[in-house]
Design a protein. Structure first.
Length: 289
């Protein structure tokens, strides 16, 4: 398949995410056996099956583009630094939420292109929550959208962009039909359900001085970035370690929706394909840093 536009890549990513979602839910509906990686993070059969499914789908559609996945991340930097474009994949983001069976887990697929100093920036991304049947799609420079009632499927049929977008709502959602309700809601912060750090809690406490009626939403996976992108929250502080694959797809959605995703307190956009794949602390904001 020849691809020339970011929309083409977004569709490839969406199809791969939907296929992975079918594998993930197959495991989710049955017994979940958990192993521990070397870093003590959990690993399930759903992680590995989704990784294989996504890798096969991306390679079949765009074999010339390399893949950096959480489940195959041991690619030396001297090789990665030559990449001008690559897929950044988290086959199952929010494994802890998956194990808890609360539905707040996602498939994250981003297309990253060269940026400043050889480090990249996401230009397109898909965050798909298979249990919620919800997808967020971002194409930087074109827009961001949310699609609901999108069931996982391994069907090879490729709907054209216009057909996919027929069921989509542009982000932020408030700009579409609910601006008054958004203006009336309290200042809202979204934070990690499973990884709340003391530093993040301190930041939220500081915000309460300016916003006494502050509302706190706890959520899992890359859904937190997407909640800010759609207008359900105003800010997402993440003052704890994350990896590039945790944020790439959600970052693309946020950028496409006109938001900033900046390192904290350095106030510089997150960059990708660094020698070390750990992100700095960051802040997702609707109104800039």
């Amino acid at each position: 398949m020849t691809t020339n536009t970011p929309q083409d890549f977004a569709l490839i990513a969406l199809r791969a995410a939907l296929a992975a979602g079918a594998d993930i839910l197959d495991v989710y509906r049955g017994r979940i056996d958990v192993e521990l990686k070397d870093d003590r993070s959990p690993l399930t059969e759903a992680d590995t099956r989704a990784h294989r499914r996504i890798s096969a789908a991306l390679e079949a559609a765009a074999a010339e583009i390399p893949i950096l996945s959480e489940e195959a991340s041991d690619i030396p930097y001297d090789r990665r630094q030559l990449w001008q474009r690559y897929w950044l994949v988290d086959p199952l983001d929010g494994t802890k939420e998956f194990i808890k069976r609360n539905g707040e887990f996602t498939v994250n697929i981003a297309l990253v292109e060269d940026g400043l100093d050889g480090e990249g920036t996401p230009v397109a991304g898909v965050v798909y929550a298979p249990e919620l049947q919800r997808a967020y799609i971002g194409v930087v420079g074109r827009g961001a959208w949310r699609i609901d009632n999108l069931a996982p499927t391994v069907s090879p049929e490729a709907a054209p962009w216009d057909a996919v977008m027929a069921a989509a709502r542009r982000l932020p959602l408030a700009a579409e039909s609910d601006a008054a309700a958004a203006a009336e809601r309290p200042f809202t912060v979204v934070a990690s359900r499973s990884h709340m750090s003391p530093e993040t809690q301190a930041y939220i406490n500081e915000l309460r001085a300016d916003y006494p009626d502050l509302q706190l939403i706890s959520a899992g996976s890359a859904l937190k970035l997407c909640l800010v992108a759609e207008g359900s929250a105003d800010v997402y502080p993440r003052f704890a370690p994350t990896m590039e694959w945790d944020t790439g797809a959600g970052h693309a959605v946020c950028l496409a929706a006109g938001l900033s995703v900046n390192a904290w307190p350095a106030d510089q956009p997150l960059r990708y394909n660094k020698p070390q794949l750990v992100n700095p602390w960051f802040l997702v904001s609707r109104s800039g840093p």
